[in-house]
Design a protein around this ligand. Structure first.
Ligand SMILES: [Zn+2]
Length: 470
């Protein structure tokens, strides 16, 4: 029988011995199926504050700027007139500032502006501005750890070079922008040891320019900061739940890369040799999201798609992947291509264009809850354990794992996870307590292991798959 993870007694070595033999060690009787962590009451309460009505208001406001094309107007007169990407940018900033005021300045609102040189989809050098709010972690060491949610606030119509014509962008990506805003509004009411960044980027439709710039900046900052890491990036792009008849409003897709874009030749060789194609940081993050969806009653189920993005298409999470960060993409189950990247028009009775009337605001709210649950879980959790290793000096059928303490001192305990090489999600867990080494009567040849840190309240870190130690 399966008992909830946190209620399970510490498992003695003797019970591990039961796992020695049998055709499928990973399914042996000595181990337990991992249960999603129990919900944290204050997070559940905050998720209850996510409002479809607020999300509707945000999306309608974004649409009211006529176009948010990256090439559209951003001069003071256009901003004052409320048309173009400049006006949208100022409104997003003001909105974050309003949330900051409501939490006594707990959010720091910032912009990241740069000039993108001329390129394929950028006829002349263009200023691009990302707008974001930082909810700084309350623990000095853990505040260097960052989790991030993003959506792109730029829009486009049929012609990606059209900076003048209407481009409402309600679903693509008013929905993702609204998710980032709503997560900031509800999570700024709480405090977390780690830092959360609520980001909205521009330039996505021109070539992922905003996210590229931000991810590079994050990489440089993290390289300078001892102990700093951007642990997770949640990109929401087209999460409006377009109301086409074939839509499935009960699920949301979560795309994650397999082979890391930033892997070195040496890392690729190791992945090839050890069968690590399914264990990138992004894929661990995707599995973590699946867990968050089981821990919290958010009303939408994540479907993990083990692929970087939709077939031959791309998005902002890949900018973060390229800088070596774990990053995934949320997208509604079924896109309606008549309602994105289209001029607003009616032809033969068919309505085209990305208008608010095709967006299901309740669905966006459910996706926002799933995002907020994931962000809150990660920002509450200890840092992942460091230098996780699988000892390989001696040929043996047992497996010995070693690791160093989770940096930041939040983890009084650790758990070992494993699964068959063919299984998409972690299947088994052993709680091992406050140790740095453990041996399991399981062959490393047959399963994939990981170690995660657990705090006193049961918050789990992202799991870390060991490197071989010769
Ligand atoms: Zn998009």
């Amino acid at each position: 029988m399966i008992s909830p993870l946190r209620k399970r007694p510490w498992i003695a070595a003797a019970s591990l011995l039961l796992a020695v033999s049998g055709p499928a060690p990973a399914e042996s009787p000595g181990s337990s199926a991992p249960q999603a962590p129990a919900a944290d009451g204050r997070v559940s309460a905050a998720l209850g504050g996510v409002s479809a009505e607020r999300i509707r208001a945000s999306i309608e406001k974004l649409v009211s700027f006529g176009t948010r094309a990256t090439l559209s107007a951003q001069d003071p007169a256009s901003i004052a007139a409320g048309r173009g990407i400049g006006a949208a940018r100022e409104w997003i900033k003001a909105e974050f500032e309003r949330y900051a005021k409501d939490c006594s300045g707990c959010l720091e609102v910032k912009t990241d502006s740069f000039t993108e040189p001329a390129a394929d989809r950028i006829p002349q050098p263009t200023e691009i501005t990302n707008v974001y709010a930082v909810l700084k972690g309350t623990d000095a060491e853990n505040a260097k750890r960052i989790v991030l949610v993003t959506g792109h606030y730029d829009s486009r119509n049929s012609d990606v070079l059209d900076g003048k014509g209407d481009a409402p962008g309600a679903n693509d990506d008013g929905s993702g922008t609204a998710v980032s805003l709503e997560c900031a509004r509800v999570l700024s009411k709480l405090k977390f040891p780690a830092t959360i960044i609520f980001l909205t980027v521009a330039g996505e439709e021109q070539g992922l320019n905003g996210s590229h710039h931000f991810a590079q900046m994050a990489r440089e900052k993290m390289a300078k900061e001892q102990g700093g890491n951007l642990e997770a990036v949640l990109n929401n792009d087209i999460v409006g739940g377009d109301k086409s008849v074939q839509q499935d409003h009960s699920v949301v897709r979560v795309f994650s890369e397999g082979l890391p874009a930033a892997a070195t030749e040496q890392e690729i060789r190791r992945i090839r040799g050890l069968g690590g194609e399914n264990d990138s940081g992004s894929r661990q993050l995707a599995r973590y999201i699946a867990d968050a969806g089981r821990s919290y009653d958010v009303g939408v189920k994540p479907i993990l798609v083990f692929r970087l993005d939709r077939y031959l298409r791309g998005g902002d999470h890949s900018s973060f992947n390229q800088q070596g960060f774990a990053a995934v993409r949320f997208t509604e189950f079924r896109e309606d291509f008549d309602h994105q990247h289209q001029n607003v028009r009616t032809e033969n009775g068919m309505e085209y264009g990305d208008l608010p009337k095709f967006v299901d605001f309740d669905y966006v709210a459910r996706v926002a809850r799933l995002n907020a649950a994931t962000l809150a879980s990660l920002a509450s959790a200890p840092a992942p354990p460091a230098n996780v290793r699988l000892l390989t000096k001696d040929l043996e059928n047992d497996s010995t794992l070693t690791w160093e303490a989770s940096p930041g001192g939040l983890a009084p305990g650790y758990e070992i996870l494993w699964r068959l090489t063919t299984s998409p999600e972690w299947e088994h867990v052993e709680t091992v307590g406050d140790v740095r080494r453990t041996s399991l009567k399981l062959s490393k040849d047959n399963v994939i292991f990981a170690v995660r840190a657990v705090d006193a309240q049961g918050h789990r870190s992202l799991p870390v798959v060991p490197l071989p130690e010769r």
